[in-house]
Design a protein around this ligand. Structure first.
Ligand SMILES: Cc1ncc(COP(=O)(O)O)c(C=O)c1O
Length: 412
């Protein structure tokens, strides 16, 4: 049967995530995976969960198993509001921050609208923007254009409207970079000039291992920023809980939209998270997670220094879960991938995060998931594959040069 006529006009725009495809095909525990963005299982407060669950059931009984408010349970909204210094009315709980991205896309984007984003960009965000048939343009190109033109109003009327700027200012996925205060101010300046919103995606902000925190974009421009938070990396991703902090008028529409998505976020999970955050357990656990991840980051950087051949460079992130590798220009991480996987090591090709599929000589490495014991053999293996590919590329370049020289000789 041909089902194609049943699909909506949005379906051809759906983007399949190469990262999730990797998970579908490969048993992550059987290989050395630097591919996903999985937190380390040792950071999950497993031993605390039965006690938390008992407390929640004792305090709330069947209420914890019932439907709840679409905005989220008041207890969780209150602890989040207190932690981030905002009124409760500016907090909407989401069923994961991926849902936060998707609900913002659904509420603000029409087909053809423009989202300005950094390049490379988080794949999950790209999937949502594409699903609503928005166009993604690179923010740095716009920033350069704007410093050339004093006025942007004429530009805006000629082009499709920019609805929002999407950024991950702290410990970017995939690049690992953190925006300076000046860069954040520049984002705000552009947003005010274009009169658009900002979606500040911030799932990693609390995972800082070195350096000083930088003011958030929400603090710089609260009137136009929707800041997305997540429990995935500071508690456990299996709970699928996140939040949005933003102006009430915007949250009101998000609230209505969210009714049709899932009626309400998972109630039992929210009570657990409220207890975990409100009782101080989250902060205690976070300290342990930060120490663990700092060790893993330092280990990965030292192993890259030890094993990677000359011509390979990488970011040294101040936090988050990823670092970004740039190989010599002739190397292709998409082509190298199958070989790496059969050898037992996985990464994500950097070009998957570029809207135009460029930068095929880059890759994203995750340092949180792999056990420390597996990290050295994994990086050693990856470095050997890179070295081998570099030697093959050099041999091809030499052969091409020889052939060109011989052709020139023959032509004389
Ligand atoms: C930048 C970014 N935003 C959002 C998410 C989604 O997180 P959640 O588990 O809260 O859906 C991720 C997950 O890796 C991410 O890296």
């Amino acid at each position: 049967m041909d089902y194609s006529k049943y699909f909506s006009a949005d379906v051809p725009s759906f983007l399949r995530s190469p990262v999730r495809e990797i998970f579908r095909k490969v048993d992550l525990s059987a290989i050395c995976s630097f591919a996903g963005g999985y937190p380390a299982a040792v950071t999950f407060p497993l031993a605390d969960i039965p006690g938390l669950a008992e407390k929640v059931l004792g305090r709330y009984g069947t209420k914890a198993l019932q439907y709840g408010a679409t905005q989220g349970v008041p207890e969780l909204r209150e602890v989040i509001a207190k932690r981030y210094g905002v009124p409760v009315s500016q907090v909407q709980i989401t069923t994961s921050s991926q849902q936060g991205i998707d609900v913002c896309s659904r509420v603000f984007l029409d087909p053809g609208d423009v989202v300005l984003a950094e390049n490379p960009v988080y794949l999950g965000a790209l999937q949502s923007f594409r699903a609503y048939r928005a166009r993604v343009q690179e923010i740095s190109a716009v920033s350069a254009r704007h410093s050339e033109h004093a006025s942007c109003h004429s530009e805006r009327s000629e082009e499709s409207p920019v609805k929002f700027i999407y950024v991950i200012p702290d410990f970017n996925n995939p690049s690992g970079k953190t925006m300076t205060l000046q860069e954040r101010q520049e984002i705000v300046r552009i947003a005010r000039e274009l009169d658009c919103l900002i979606v500040e995606d911030s799932p990693y902000r609390e995972l800082r291992y070195s350096g000083e925190p930088v003011t958030t974009i929400r603090e710089l421009a609260p009137e136009r920023t929707l800041q997305l938070g997540s429990f995935s990396k500071i508690f456990a991703p299996g709970f699928r809980l996140g939040w949005i902090i933003g102006p009430e008028e915007l949250l009101e529409q998000i609230y209505i939209c969210k009714q049709c998505l899932d009626l309400c976020p998972p109630v039992f999970d929210q009570y657990l998270a409220a207890e975990f955050m409100g009782s101080g357990m989250l902060d205690a656990n976070l300290q342990k997670s930060i120490a663990e991840y700092r060790r893993r980051r330092d280990l990965m950087v030292s192993l890259l220094e030890k094993y990677m051949p000359a011509g390979v460079s990488w970011t040294d992130p101040e936090g988050g879960l990823f670092l970004w590798l740039t190989l010599p220009p002739a190397l292709d991480t998409v082509a190298l991938y199958d070989k790496a996987l059969s050898a037992g090591v996985a990464y994500v090709a950097g070009s998957f995060f570029y809207t135009d599929g460029s930068h095929r000589n880059t890759m994203r490495l995750n340092f949180s998931f792999v056990d420390e014991a597996k990290m050295e053999p994994g990086i050693k293996l990856l470095a050997a594959l890179v070295r081998e590919a570099a030697a093959a590329a050099d041999a091809t370049a030499d052969a091409t040069a020889d052939a060109a020289a011989a052709a020139a000789e023959g032509g004389r």
